[in-house]
Design a protein around this ligand. Structure first.
Ligand SMILES: Cc1cc2nc3c(=O)[nH]c(=O)nc-3n(C[C@H](O)[C@H](O)[C@H](O)COP(=O)(O)O)c2cc1C
Length: 200
């Protein structure tokens, strides 16, 4: 069997939350986060921040997540609270994606946020490259300034979501069919382009 090329690896990544131990080791995590820091970064503002939650810290953080849900909606059904608590308490590793933002800087905020997003994509690809699985999740709690501050991101800093990371549990994960790249690209030749992806 021929070894997978870097392009094979890139094209085979798919998100999964069917994750079990082990999470990446400390050495692997260092590499994974180093990949995050290779993202393009206008102005070298270095807005990426990663907060790793694992081991015994997980139920503590899961409680903060539940507190956040209730803060945002005191009527949140018990079922939803339990589901989210279980998820955050049992995922092998959660990497909170912090955005260290500088609203007054000449580099616009949206560019700073995209740098964090580009870093997150590199983290997902690095996880996959090392044989781990991951998924980027968000939800209303991502917008909760109190939860962000509890992680270390007091305003104007914010959260961009969370990456769950671990070992894929082995159950077949039906990779969603990927769209045809041709439908999402076009050659510009002087007039506005259209995309097959936009035709119903
Ligand atoms: C900013 C952002 C937030 C997301 N939040 C969620 C989420 O809260 N829940 C979820 O199931 N998927 C969420 N997703 C989508 C998944 O990360 C993932 O992309 C999706 O399940 C499709 O899988 P794929 O990456 O294999 O295409 C989010 C993606 C991004 C970029």
């Amino acid at each position: 069997m021929t070894a997978a090329t870097p392009m094979d690896v890139l094209l085979s990544r798919a998100s999964t939350d069917r994750l079990v131990a082990p999470a990446p080791s400390a050495a692997q995590l260092e590499q994974i986060l180093a990949a995050g820091l290779r993202a393009p970064d206008h102005g070298r503002l270095r807005p990426w921040r990663y907060v790793v939650v694992e081991g015994d810290a997980r139920p503590l953080f899961a409680q903060k997540v539940v507190d956040s849900m209730l803060r945002l909606d005191p009527q949140t059904p018990e079922f939803n609270l339990t589901k989210r608590r279980t998820r955050f308490a049992t995922m092998p590793m959660t990497i909170a994606l912090g955005m260290h933002l500088r609203p007054d800087h000449k580099i616009p905020l949206w560019e700073q946020e995209m740098t964090v997003a580009a870093g997150a994509m590199n983290v997902l690809n690095a996880l996959h490259t090392l044989g781990f699985g991951g998924i980027w999740v968000s939800g209303p709690i991502t917008q909760d300034p109190v939860l962000a501050a509890e992680l270390g991101f007091a305003a104007p800093h914010r959260l961009a979501g969370f990456i769950f990371a671990g070992t894929p549990d082995g159950t077949p994960h039906p990779a969603p069919a990927r769209p045809d790249p041709q439908a999402f690209s076009a050659n510009w030749q002087g007039a506005p382009v259209t995309f097959a992806a936009d035709k119903d």
